[in-house]
Design a protein. Sequence first.
Length: 219
Amino acid sequence: MEAPVDDLESRTKDATDSLVEIMPAAITLAMMFRQRKMAAWLRTEFDGYPESVALPAYRCDIPGHIVARSPQYGWIPAPVNEKQNLEHGHLDINEGVKALEKICLSCKKGSGKQIAFQPEQMQQLQAQINLSAELALTISRESYSKLLTAIRSTIYLWSRELIELGFSGAHNSFSNEEREKAAHLDDPERFWQQALLESESLPIPQVRAPGFFERVFGN
């Protein structure tokens, strides 16, 4: 008989277990406890946030570097000042976990992904810096990795508290009394805020760096 809470807590600490593979088990566990807020948060993180939905703080204003495309050298730093960088050098990230992990596996350490500016924003910035070259925002692999680590840490903290409440061991289901006992944990915002505060001290692995063949050919 499986021990779903213990297994989930253990998997979040295992660097070889990807978050995209962990999250379905977390969603199932939230449904077993009938924790609707946690299940909804997990599903949205897994699938991605619609444009119309407000994003949690850890997905907002992710800093990047403004770059320009050079015919000779490819993407190079754009000649922007501090004010222009503050205005244009950040974005919100709404992609789901699968897309985020794919980005991390396609980037080597120290690199990132170029995000195209919206045409109106690019034209505004081109006029400000008197440059006609294509502009983009580079979001570092580290920033994507931190976002994934925050989600993973949230699941870890939630599962750890379930263990502390006595839900270790084999379970195929949970009684109404057990669900009531855990009901106060149906609060994903509490756990992701804690995850952001305690990120340096939690036993959560960073997203592993891909090898050359993974970057070129995929998994």
